[in-house]
Design a protein around this ligand. Structure first.
Ligand code: GLA
Length: 388
């Protein structure tokens, strides 16, 4: 699916009215859904994901000297800094993602002054990776602007490094890789140890519905970093008790977890149970998809959510309610939280013919239970980031 034309036109209109003249480059990067494999990426495991038909459009042009000006029309803010010296700032947090990208690009190529403007149709903080879409669209556009030839995996790392050093989130590579390697009507399967990527078609009979709870845990970034630290602690534990080197939780089997978990710190035991189970589910899920066994695949999504709820404790009442209701609706194959968790979106895999009906029912049930609106929309597996 091509990016929404009205998004692109609106971004051009904003660019022209703010900076005057025409941009030299334009790029689009999509958000993503995480279909199976939760918090497995930074544990060197496996994830099935897809780029979606919502994303960010970034326009830029060179400007004399080293002055950089970034404009975010939807909040009406401009951030101005020097390309040679800048650091993350608290006033325009959205600019930190782009500054982090520029810092990463500078280690490959000379980056001078520029003006940039972006717009997105991704809901912010909804678990659909609006920050990765901003990083990747700006990275592609600015790399092009300064003729820097950077391989896609390196661009993904530059986006990740912006999160680590300019936003304070020790995320894995999932969001950036999916935004770059998405393919229309296909899921992306990535092995985060070898960094091998393959895509697998999604049956035409099925589609995805995203339900954005609008909930954002106030300490979501620190909770994410804390979960990651517990996973690393668990890997260190397994390395000390198993007879072979354990580089990451990816190397531990469920049978080994069962054998040793009683001797572990209880938090590290629960967090690692989730990751180890998720890795096994993704491998099984790939097999099921290849054989067209969608109902069985959907059951893995429900198991994944139960594991998030019980072991990783990154769900919330709103997500649990949606997944539980979805499980008894006709036409729903599977449902789970998608992405970091602690709020954000639930992802439903539904029969194509039931998508409209399921969406309406979930929105009504949610409003009845919580007295607030839940944004429910159908999304399609789409192509990855590209120049426009
Ligand atoms: C966020 C992070 C990803 C990944 C997911 C959870 O989206 O940015 O790297 O860890 O959470 O699977």
């Amino acid at each position: 699916m091509t990016p929404d034309n009205s998004l692109i036109q609106q971004t051009y209109a904003d660019y022209r009215s703010h900076f005057g003249g025409e941009p030299e480059v334009a790029a689009f990067a999509p958000g993503r859904i995480e279909v199976l494999g939760n918090h497995t990426d930074y544990n060197e495991g496996y994830v099935l994901s897809a780029a979606i038909d919502l994303g960010t459009c970034f326009l830029a042009a060179r400007s004399p000297g080293s002055r950089c000006a970034l404009y975010a029309p939807d909040v009406g803010e401009e951030d101005v800094f020097d390309a040679g010296s800048f650091s993350p700032c608290d006033t325009h947090r959205w600019a930190n993602y782009i500054k982090g990208v520029i810092a990463g690009l500078r280690s490959h190529s000379a980056i001078g002054g520029l003006v940039g403007c972006f717009r997105s149709n991704l809901p912010i903080a909804s678990g659909l990776s609006s920050s990765a879409a901003l990083e990747i669209s700006s990275a592609l556009a600015i790399a092009h602007l300064f003729n820097a030839e950077i391989p896609p995996l390196e661009l993904a790392r530059i986006g990740q490094s912006a999160e680590h050093h300019f936003a304070g989130v020790r995320c894995g590579l999932l969001d950036q890789v999916t935004s770059l390697f998405g393919k229309q009507d296909e899921l992306v399967m990535m092995d985060f140890r070898t960094l091998a990527i393959q895509t697998v078609p999604l049956s035409r009979d099925a589609c995805f519905v995203v339900c954005n709870t609008g909930v954002k845990h106030t300490l979501v970034d620190s909770a994410y970093n804390e979960r990651r630290a517990k996973c690393e602690e668990a890997a260190t534990f397994f390395n000390s008790v198993l007879p072979r080197p354990i580089g990451a939780l990816r190397d531990v089997t469920w049978a080994e977890w069962e054998q040793h978990s009683k001797a572990m710190d209880p938090d590290a035991a629960r967090r690692s149970a989730h990751v180890i189970g998720e890795n096994e589910r993704v491998l099984k899920g790939m097999d099921l998809l290849r054989h067209g066994q969608l109902p069985e695949f959907g059951q893995l999504m429900f198991s994944s959510h139960a594991s998030s709820r019980e072991y990783f404790e990154n769900s919330c009442a709103e997500l649990d309610y949606i997944v539980e209701q979805a499980s008894s609706l006709n036409g729903v194959l599977g449902a789970r939280l998608s992405g970091g968790g602690f709020g954000g979106s639930a992802l439903l895999l539904v029969h194509e013919r039931s998508a409209a009906d399921v969406s309406r029912k979930i929105a009504d049930l949610y409003a009845g239970r919580f007295g607030k609106h839940c944004e429910v929309r159908r999304v399609s597996a789409s192509a990855g980031a590209h120049m426009l």
